[in-house]
Write a protein that binds this ligand. Structure first.
Ligand code: PRP
Ligand code: MG
Length: 211
């Protein structure tokens, strides 16, 4: 049997990803179990589902370990991997923003310290804006950095704004809108053309229906 392998980003996006698959007719009952299992087979749909950390999705897709994947545009912009971005799924909508302490300003700062999980995006964004920028790579809880004095500002995802508010931070500049994307391995697009195309079509139809 020929399988289509799809990598899903674990975390806050996962529920919406599974809902999308369910809506296009995939039997997702095995996926909703709370097990620690990471690879699932859904033979009725010729689908193998792999649960990945979001930043690993592009790597698995680029190497062809999975044929396709679902991951946020933020991760794609940070990594710039060799793959096809085929559908804006309009899920997991949020913004990438620069934030800092309420009352602080970036105006007139010659040297700006930026804490972020997105060093490449930050480097590109601030390149033309400030004379000198120091990027401090973080793995999470980025909001701590300006509060504790590690950085002047952060560049991070803002969804509800709750995390910023709870930590006395405000948005200073919006960088861009973010949403989840369906990405495709370049070889799979040729070797599994029919299966891949059909799946993309069903996903496209569903995305249009939702918006
Ligand atoms: C994300 C992001 C922000 C927060 C935004 O963090 O980095 O901190 O969510 O969401 P909100 O605007 O709705 O509060 P996450 O919870 O994924 O944790 P981490 O940064 O520690 O990985
Ligand atoms: Mg966070």
């Amino acid at each position: 049997m020929e399988w289509i392998k799809i990598g899903l980003a674990k975390g806050r996006l996962l529920e919406e990803e599974i809902k999308l698959l369910r809506n296009i007719g995939v039997d997702c009952s095995v996926l909703t179990s709370k097990s620690r299992q990471l690879v699932f087979e859904i033979p009725e749909n010729n689908l193998q589902v792999v649960m990945l950390k979001a930043p690993d999705v592009p790597t698995y897709v680029e190497h062809g370990i999975v044929d396709m994947g679902i991951v946020g545009k933020d991760v794609l912009l940070e990594q710039e991997k060799q793959l096809y971005e085929v559908v804006d799924l309009r899920l997991g909508k949020c913004r990438l923003s620069v934030a800092g302490k309420d009352g602080d300003t970036m105006e007139g700062k010659k040297h700006l310290r930026v804490a972020t999980k997105y060093p490449n995006i930050a480097k590109r964004y601030f390149a033309e804006k400030v004379q000198s920028v120091e990027i401090i790579k973080q793995e999470g809880s980025v909001e701590l950095a300006p509060i504790l004095g590690l950085s002047d500002v952060i560049l991070d995802i803002v969804e509800t704004g709750n995390t910023l508010r709870a930590n006395g931070l405000i948005v200073m500049e919006d960088v861009m809108e973010i949403s989840a994307r369906l990405v495709l391995n370049k070889v799979s697009y040729k070797t599994k053309k029919d299966m891949v195309r059909k799946l993309i079509e069903r996903i496209n139809t569903e995305v249009d229906k939702q918006s």
